[in-house]
Structures are given as C-alpha cells and as structure tokens.
Design a binder for this molecule. Sequence first.
Ligand SMILES: C[S@@+](CC[C@H](N)C(=O)[O-])C[C@H]1O[C@@H](n2cnc3c(N)ncnc32)[C@H](O)[C@@H]1O
Length: 176
Amino acid sequence: MPPPTYVFRYGHRANRDHRISTHVGLVARAFGAFGMYYCGDRDEKLEEKIKDVVERWGGSFEVYYVKSWKSFVEKWRGKVVHLTMYGIPLPDVIDKIRRLKKPILVFVGGQKVPGEIYELADYNVSVTLQPHSEVAALAVFLDRLYKGKMLKKAHFENAKIRIIPQEKGKKIVVTK
Ligand SMILES: C[S@@+](CC[C@H](N)C(=O)[O-])C[C@H]1O[C@@H](n2cnc3c(N)ncnc32)[C@H](O)[C@@H]1O
C-alpha cells in the first residue's frame, strides 16, 4: 500500500479557478487522497463545496488553506511529487513512488508554477509530454499510484449516500 497522499493546488484564483479547483479536490478525494491544501486566494465557497460532498458521500477528506506554498513545501515531512509535462514520464517512476514510506504531497499548478518547485520537488513527473489539465494529470497519477483500486470502491466510511452500480439507470442508497 502506498503512503498517505495529499494534494497541493497552487495559485487558486477565486474568480477564475473556482470550478477547476473544486474538481481538483473532488478528484483527489475520489481517487484516494487524504486531503487537499491550496494557496492563492482563500475561497470559502470552494471549501464549503468539498465539505458538503464529504458530508454526504463520506470519508474524512479535508481542505486546508496555506498562505505560503514555499515554506509549506519546504517543511513537508514526506516526499513531494510535482506533476508537470516537463517531468519524467509516469511509467518510469511510479513503482519507486509507490514504494515510498513517507506521506506524498502531489503538487499541481493552474496558473504558471514558480520555477523553484522543480528543485524543491523530489520527483517531477509527467502524465504525457503534452500540455493538458491538472485535473486529468492528478486523476491518472492517483489511479496509477493506487493501481486502480479506487475505481470499484463503492462506499466511504460514514457515507449518507452510495451508489449501487447499474447497467442502466441510477440506483442510490440513502442512509439517514
Ligand atoms: C493548465 S496546466 C498549465 C500551467 C501553465 N500554463 C504553465 O505553464 O505551468 C496546469 C497544471 O496542469 C498540470 N499538467 C498539465 N499538463 C501536464 C502533463 N502533461 N503532465 C503532468 N502535469 C500536467 C501541471 O500541474 C500544471 O501546472
């Protein structure tokens, strides 16, 4: 089992990034991360949205605002994986990352990331060598890290809602 994984979302802009940062958080949670840190604009609506999903769909995923990304990353007691199209291709490093014993911080940008992160990161990892999205890069990275395990996880602890998979239509179980 890989160590606990957290996501760091760099440079949130409340007016532009609300939807995509929410998706970073929801993907992080659904694909097995324990929490999301973010810096940039403090955005209570973003935090509320993710808390609301956790409240209904379960688990203990948390969102934390961080003022200074740099001192946070420098003090992180674990390993830092920066997702960037300029990094080492994911298949070439994922086995090494999976064997790490310390918590992993997966750093993703949105607006351009500061150059220092390439040095501060223990691993700069690419998910294809083409530009795309932090949401997609994160999903693929976490899926490979957890070897697809989250794709069939039906229920998080304390969930009020869960899905019963159907070939057609929708079926949910609601616990009061
Ligand atoms: C919309 S992208 C581009 C950011 C910005 N234009 C730049 O030059 O850094 C935002 C984030 O998605 C992630 N990303 C995009 N393409 C990627 C790729 N091929 N591999 C890994 N991460 C990627 C990176 O974390 C990046 O900081």
